[in-house]
Design a protein around this ligand. Structure first.
Ligand code: BES
Ligand code: MN
Ligand code: ZN
Length: 499
């Protein structure tokens, strides 16, 4: 799809469809009013009939509106005229894209970015539009038969984002470029998440990282089992030992900052399938545990986005990737593993495997002398119970780092919520037989999981994002969301701007 920024009058556009906003109580946006005038009150009279209430996200498609040069005009509801909140703007844009996909329109002039949205500028409105539209037209048909792939091609080809004339400048052009780079990263993350677990194995993830390194000139290293044994990664390798798929520790480096700049390290959980192991999960919806590598996928997607942008920052990505399978050789409840940090872990539940692979990757991160480490993991079902599907759970040993991540999430509408990491919860991990247990009981499950990780991150500023509720959708719209790639990319952009 092709995106561009334009300015001009809605009624003068020669396109398959012009998109304009209307408010509740039949009040028109500037461009809707322009079309209304050119068509001698066509829009007003349609609204008077009551077919469109102007509520946020409502749409109405009009054909062959007199006085205009386009085949169609799509009206999109913007709610109360007093001003549109950020997430309502996004909702309206998504609604316009979904409505357009049902038409034959291929090139579109969208005027929604002309309206006032909170305190946001034109650059923000243009980038949100580009990203939201890319998000809405995303399809995953890599695994469909050849015939269906052909028929499935989405119609939207060209989108002109119309801004006021003074806003068609370098800043908005640059913002659009960055939004498109982000969209490439988000869609890569979705693809990796949506791929079946028999394709998207640890080896496949490693190959993707290697391909990316070649394309963008990044440094990549893939550690095999023997090297990890030498490093003493007994916890990670414990999880991996029940699978015939060889584990991989993927290390990617984007070195576009100053030479002496300490890197930000991103660590992503890469369980390419989580059966629970010997503590086997129930059968219902177990297919969704292919998404247990979405932390890893979000690290790779973020790398793609910042590589596309050429972001001037040093960033390291570390991905422990393996499967969690039940097997004659698998770890048992009661086993004690020795982590790379030297701390021993009693495995009371083999389904709490994410923390077991992350802890060794977090210890490995020390060697990069990071300015901050952020891990991203579909870690606990308890986080879904706590926050649902709207916010990622955020834990940190540094309040300033938590604030940085929270505000990055607010900026790009990919939000997280700050959870406590108080010492009060730590005793839940006490073990009679090792330095700690790998589970902390039913109470506060997402917090005790974070407490477990905190024991391996004492040497640097660290934050943990539990994305179990945000990384994918279940049900009819089942699929990866690409979150939290927008949050992570925004966080890194903010850091680069400060450096
Ligand atoms: N990958 C799961 C977490 C998960 C569960 C994510 C459901 C999304 C939806 C993780 O490895 C896991 O199984 N966690 C256990 C921990 C428990 C055994 C302490 C859980 O959440 O049930
Ligand atoms: Mn598990
Ligand atoms: Zn898991």
């Amino acid at each position: 799809m092709e995106f561009s920024i334009k300015s001009g009058k809605a009624e003068k556009q020669r396109s398959d469809c012009v998109v304009v906003g209307v408010y509740e109580s039949a009040k028109l946006s500037a461009s809707a009013a322009g079309i209304d005038q050119a068509s001698q009150g066509f829009i007003s009279s349609v609204l008077k009939r009551g077919d469109m209430d102007g509520k946020v996200g409502a749409t109405l498609l009009l054909q062959s509106v007199p006085g205009t040069e386009s085949d169609r005009v799509l009206l999109v509801g913007l709610g109360k005229e007093s001003g549109l909140a950020e997430k309502d703007y996004r909702k309206a844009v998504v609604a316009s894209a979904k409505a357009l996909l049902k038409t034959g329109a291929r090139d579109v002039a969208n005027f929604l970015a002309e309206v006032k949205v909170g305190k946001q500028d034109a650059a923000w409105k243009a980038s949100q539009m580009a990203e939201a539209v890319r998000d809405s037209v995303y399809r995953f048909d890599a695994m469909k038969g050849k015939k269906e792939q052909k028929e499935d091609k989405s119609g939207l080809m060209k989108l002109e984002i119309h801004l006021a004339e003074q806003d068609d400048n370098q800043a908005t052009q640059q913002a659009l470029k960055e939004a498109l780079a982000l969209a490439v990263g988000v869609s890569f993350t979705k693809d990796l998440g949506n791929l079946p677990p028999n394709v998207c194995t640890p080896t496949y993830l490693a190959e993707q990282a290697q391909d990316m390194a070649k394309t963008y000139g990044l440094t990549v290293q893939v550690l095999e089992r023997e090297e990890m044994q030498k490093l003493g990664m007994g916890s990670f390798l414990g999880v991996a030992q029940g699978s015939v798929q060889p584990p991989k520790l993927i290390v990617l480096q984007h070195n576009k900052g100053k030479k002496d700049q300490k890197p930000v390290v991103l660590v992503g959980k890469g369980i390419t399938f989580d059966t629970g192991g010997i503590s086997l999960k129930p059968g219902a919806e177990m297919d969704e545990m292919k998404y247990d590598m979405c932390g890893a996928a979000s690290v790779l997607g973020t790398f793609k986005a910042i590589a596309e942008m050429g972001l001037p920052l040093n960033v390291v990505g570390i991905i422990p990737a393996c499967e969690n399978m039940p097997d004659g050789n698998a770890i048992r409840p009661g086993d004690v593993l020795t982590s790379m940090s030297g701390q021993t872990i009693e495995v009371l539940n083999t389904d709490a495997e994410g923390r077991l692979i992350l802890c060794d990757a977090l210890t490995y991160a020390e060697r990069f002398e990071p300015s901050a480490v952020v891990d991203i993991a579909t870690l606990t079902g308890a986080c879904v119970i706590a926050l649902g599907h709207h916010a990622s759970g955020l834990f940190s040993n540094q309040d300033h780092l938590a604030k940085e991540l929270l505000s990055a999430g607010e900026q790009c509408l990919d939000r997280a919520w700050h959870m406590p990491l108080w010492d009060d919860y730590q005793p839940q991990l006490d073990s009679n037989f090792a330095d700690m247990a790998n589970i902390g009981g039913r109470a506060a499950g997402s917090i005790t999981a974070a407490c477990f990780l905190s024991r391996f991150t004492k040497k640097y500023d660290w934050a943990h994002l539990d994305i179990a509720g945000t990384a994918w959708k279940s049900g009819k719209e089942k699929g990866a969301t690409g979150r939290p790639v927008p949050l992570l990319t925004q966080f890194l952009k903010n850091r680069a701007a400060k450096a």
